[in-house]
Ligand binder design. Sequence first.
Ligand code: RUB
Length: 338
Amino acid sequence: MDLPSEVYEIARDIRDMKIRGAGRIARAAAKALLKVAREYEAKDADDLVSALLRASKLLVETRPTAVSLPNALRYVVVRVLEGVDRGYDLSGIREIASKAAEEFTEFSTRAVEYISKFGSHRIRDGDLIMTHCNSDAAISTLIQAWEEGKRFEVLATETRPRFQGRLTAARLADAGIPVTLIVDSAARYFMEDVDAVIVGADAVAANGAVVNKIGTSSIALAAHEARVNFFVAAETYKFSPETMLGSLIRIEERDPSEVVDRDFLAAHPNVKVRNPAFDVTPAMYIDLIITEKGVIPPSAAVIILKEEYGWFTRSRLPEFLTGGLGSARIEEDSPTTA
Ligand code: RUB
C-alpha cells in the first residue's frame, strides 16, 4: 500500500522550502504522520507501524539541520513503539499515533506562546532590536511585546540568499512595528545602536551552541563585541539529543543557484560557489535561550536535554531517527564513566 499522497506533498514542500522555519517544518511532519495514522489502509498493526516508519524516513531526509524535524517524528514514533510493546492492535496504534501527532502540534503552538510571553520581558520601551532570518518564535516575541504596549523598533536583515528577512519585515510591519530592512553585511555597522538581538534556532546542542540561519554567528560576534545582549528563542524540541552522545549537527549545504544564477555559473565554470544554509553560534556569544520552559543560560541546554530526552540514550528507535547513533547508544546496564 502506498502512503497517502499528502505525505509526499509535505515532504516535497519541506525539501523545496515552501514549508520552512524549524517550527513549521516540525508541525508539517507531525501532520504527515497524522495523515498516515488516519488514512493509511493497513492490514494490521505491524503494517501501520511500518507505514509510519516509511513516512518518517521520507520526511527526516528532507532537510538535515532542523532538529525539530526528527524530534517531531520521534515524539510520535516512540509512543507508537511503546504501543507495539504493549500489544496494541491496529485501531490502538492508529489512536496512539493520531493522538501523539495532534499533541505535538498543540504543544508546539503553545510553546511559541510561552516563549513570546517570557521573551517579551526582555524588550523595553525605546529599544532597537535586531533580528535575522524569519523565526516565528522571535517574531511572536516581538509582536507580544508590542501588544503589551512597549514601543521599540526593529532592524531586520534581508537574509541572503533566500531573503527570508523580507518576510520578517513584512510581518512586523503588518503588526504595526516600525521595522527597517538592512543587508546582512550591515549588521555590524548598525550594532552600536542596537539594544538586543533576538533570533530563532534550528538546533541547540548539548554544549549550548545554537545552529541558525547562516550569518547568525557573525551577528552574535558583532553583538558580543558591542556588548549587546544576544537572545535565542527556541522551543525545547529544537534541542538535539544526538549531541548528548557526541554527534555533530549537520549543516545543510544548498544549491549554488540560490546564490548566483545559472548563466553566471555557466559563464564562469572555474568559480566555485558554496551555500551553507546555517552556521553555529558558540554558547559564549549567547546571553539567554528563551524556551517554553523558561529562560535559560546556554550552559543549561544539557539539563533540558536530559529532562526531555533522557530516554533517547536507551531508546530502540530505528537508525534513521537516531542520526546513525544506534550502536553508540548507552544501554541501561552499560558502565558509567569513571
Ligand atoms: C529558518 C531559520 C529560522 C529557524 C527558527 O531557516 O533559520 O531562524 O528555523 O524558526 P530556513 P522558527 O528558512 O532555511 O528554514 O522560530 O520559525 O522555528
